[in-house]
Design a protein around this ligand. Structure first.
Ligand code: BGC
Length: 249
């Protein structure tokens, strides 16, 4: 069995577990360390190191899902994270701190990979759009199962700001919106996405996808919409899977 350590860096927690990357399953509980405030590179790396230590994960491969654009291990955006991350060599810094081989990927891309390999999108051909609804809107786009990395649909200019301010779960919580009102707002956002890329299937992930039945009736879209299957584990599983796939290249 092939194993890797998956880490999902988020606004509130840095979560990690050992993953069976052949079956897309968590082999351990997912442990959560609080994201330090301010979440500067040094502080976050220190916590991630503590997380790895708590599992005694010594030399094995580590995959990190990171909430920003990541190109060749370097962070290229910082919308919901500390601005110090921009142009920060995430991969190199984690490798130096932990001593393990590390791969870094956008968090929504990681979640999408997991859903396409082991979850709601398994075996689906054509174009599939996966959205993670959390603090922001993460997006990942697949063509015949192949990822187009770093698609940032959350940042598309929409109404008076950007799309994620109208469809994220944070937006629902902050404005205390009913499922109906948030569902309608999210529907507007995804309709806009449909105009841009016309996916054949839409998968909705993030913690709120557990409540899919509460808002799905308010989504009136061209493509079928289904909830993610791996729920909160998707980011961790996808990051670990990505790291192993990368280490083979
Ligand atoms: C960022 C994305 C990220 C998403 C989910 C957005 O604000 O721009 O890169 O995937 O949040 O964390």
């Amino acid at each position: 069995m092939k194993k890797a350590f998956g880490i999902d860096v988020g606004g509130t927690g840095i979560k990690g577990a050992i993953v069976d990357v052949e079956h897309g399953e968590l082999l351990t509980e997912r442990r959560k360390f609080l994201t330090p405030k301010p979440a500067t590179p040094d502080a976050v790396i220190k916590e991630a190191k503590n997380l790895l230590k708590s599992f005694d994960w010594k030399k094995g491969v580590v995959g990190i899902g990171f909430p920003a654009v990541v190109i060749n291990g370097i962070c290229k955006s910082a919308v919901n994270i500390d601005k110090k991350w921009i142009n920060f060599p995430v991969k190199e810094a984690f490798e130096q701190a932990c001593g393990n081989p590390v791969s870094v990927i956008n968090d929504a891309d990681a979640a999408g990979i997991a859903e396409m390999k082991f979850g709601a999108g398994m075996g689906v051909k054509g174009s599939v759009l996966m959205l993670t609804l959390g603090t922001g809107i993460g997006s990942s786009l697949f063509i015949d199962g192949k990822l187009i990395p770093n698609i940032e649909f959350g940042q598309l200019v929409y109404k008076k700001s950007v799309a994620e301010h109208y469809g994220s779960n944070k937006h629902r919580e902050q404005l205390k919106l009913s499922w109906k009102d948030w569902g309608a707002s999210l529907n507007g956002v995804i309709k806009y996405y449909e105009k841009v890329c016309h996916p054949e299937l839409i998968i909705l992930g993030g913690g709120v996808s557990k409540k899919f039945d509460s808002f799905s009736a308010f989504l009136k879209l061209d493509a079928p919409v289904i909830p993610a299957k791996l729920l909160n584990g998707a980011g961790t599983i996808g990051a670990a899977y990505f790291a192993v796939a990368k280490s083979k290249k």
